[in-house]
Design a protein around this ligand. Structure first.
Ligand code: ATP
Length: 422
């Protein structure tokens, strides 16, 4: 039996909308028609390159794989999606919705070129022309504007690592109620480590602040944990409905191995820090020995860690802005070699007491027994092996939170819960 791969993107505008909501509405429609069981796995929420200039907010695109009995049925689904996009999207400003779809014989038979296109769209900037060329070569159809890029990319999401997000929606025009931090703390403790980025100290991180219809989102490595936490909060805070997506969020999928400054990409630099300064707004500016300037915004909360780095060999990664200096805006940094060393006197070889220097070149005397000799000093590295990550509230969608380390790939082995859309 054939499968329809259907992707969408760019349906939200500055003042509202959300592509996840369009996909949710589509799935609710299939649910009403009793077709929801023909969906394979969970619908997919794919975040693409966070540095592209065309995005409105989080650069999300969505796709779904549906078992169909004929090409006609596939066409009906595409037409339904098109009419929902028309109803739910205001084509204002940069908004330029697009759809991509194709019918394949086996659900796992996703063309390698499509997978490549997904990878490129997560890490680089691609053109609409390239999207059309890839679509032609893999037999996919594209409809609409710039959104066809993200829509096609989402079809190529063949996860090696993945996470889940439970997204709850609010009714149109309603205010987001403030979520009680005690609820989040309780559920965070209950579901840890299978949910992440719920709380930063006393700050609740699950509520967005934009004009979109999302009430809150719970992210995690297990669909059952996001379901338990999300379901409780959805009833308590009056959600009109919810859905669980499989996503590439929190997987570091946007990081590349590139080590030169390419605009709009996430790249790496390994070099020695030769200068550091803080501007009047508190942003840290480091200069590396290859003359590269790297900048850490104050709100990332890592400036204090950066001070005292001069002379250290570091690995820094982040996004490159397209100005003439191609500065790197850091997402993270680690020390590979710490320049600073501490020199200590050895203990007395006779009685084990502490030794002090007595002025003449290299001569040491034991404070306890008076033994004197020229002994080698002990050189100790400072061992400040930094691993710097921004504070939790500053994580971008694709950045892997430290809480996820060791859970990579787990999501792919957990079956879909019986209840995943409401
Ligand atoms: P959302 O609010 O749903 O999280 P967004 O509003 O930030 O996402 P979109 O409305 O999806 O962003 O718009 C992003 C646009 O950029 C889309 O048209 C998409 O096709 C396009 N796009 C996404 N990734 C790339 C890329 N790597 N290169 C070029 N264009 C891209």
């Amino acid at each position: 039996m054939p499968y329809l791969l259907l992707g969408i993107d760019d349906t939200d505008w500055e003042g509202g909308g959300c592509t996840t909501y369009v996909m949710y509405s589509f799935i609710k429609y299939l649910d009403k028609e009793n077709h929801v069981d023909s969906i394979v796995g969970l619908p997919r929420l794919t975040r693409l390159n966070p540095y592209v200039p065309f995005k409105t907010r989080g650069n999300a695109s969505l796709s779904v794989i549906i078992r169909v009995s004929s090409e006609d049925e596939a066409r009906d689904h595409v037409e339904l999606m098109e009419s929902l996009i028309d109803q739910l999207t205001r084509k204002e400003g940069k908004t330029s919705p697009g759809i991509a779809y194709m019918v394949i014989d086996h659900a796992a038979d996703i063309n390698g070129k499509l997978v490549w296109f997904y990878g490129k769209s997560v890490r680089d900037v691609v053109t609409i022309d390239l999207a059309h060329r890839v679509a032609n070569s893999v037999g996919a159809k594209l409809r609409g504007g710039r959104g066809v890029i993200g829509a096609l990319a989402s079809l190529g999401f063949m996860p090696r690592d993945a996470t889940y997000e439970f997204i709850a929606y609010r009714s149109e025009g309603s205010e987001r109620p403030p979520i009680d931090v005690r609820d989040i703390r309780l559920w965070n403790d209950t579901t840890k480590p299978f949910t992440f980025l719920n709380l930063d100290g006393e700050q609740v991180l699950i509520e967005p602040h934009g004009p979109d219809p999302v009430l809150f989102g719970i992210r995690g490595d297990s669909p059952y944990h996001v379901l338990a936490m999300g379901n409780y909060l959805a009833s308590k805070y009056g959600a009109i409905g919810w859905i669980i997506y499989m996503t590439n969020q929190g997987t570091d999928e946007h990081r590349s191995r590139i080590n030169e400054g390419i605009p709009y990409m996430n790249v790496n630099f390994i070099s020695t820090v030769i200068n550091e300064s803080f501007d009047e707004r508190g942003h840290a500016h480091l200069v590396l020995s290859n003359s590269q300037e790297i900048i850490a915004y104050r709100h990332l909360g890592i400036s204090r860690n950066l001070s005292g780095c001069i002379g250290c060999l570091v690995h820094a990664w982040g996004g490159v802005k397209p100005n003439d200096k191609l500065n790197l805006y850091i997402e993270g940094m680690r020390t590979l070699h710490d320049r600073y060393v501490k020199v200590k006197n050895p203990r007395c070889p006779v009685c084990g007491g502490p030794m002090e220097s007595i002025g003449r070149a290299g001569l040491l005397r034991c404070k306890r027994c008076g033994f004197k000799d020229k002994l080698p000093r002990i050189i100790m590295p400072r061992n400040r092996w930094l691993l710097i990550n921004p504070r939790m509230s500053e994580y971008r969608h694709l950045m892997k939170p430290q809480e996820r380390i060791g859970l990579e790939g787990l999501a792919l082995y957990i079956p879909r819960p019986f209840l995943w859309v409401y």
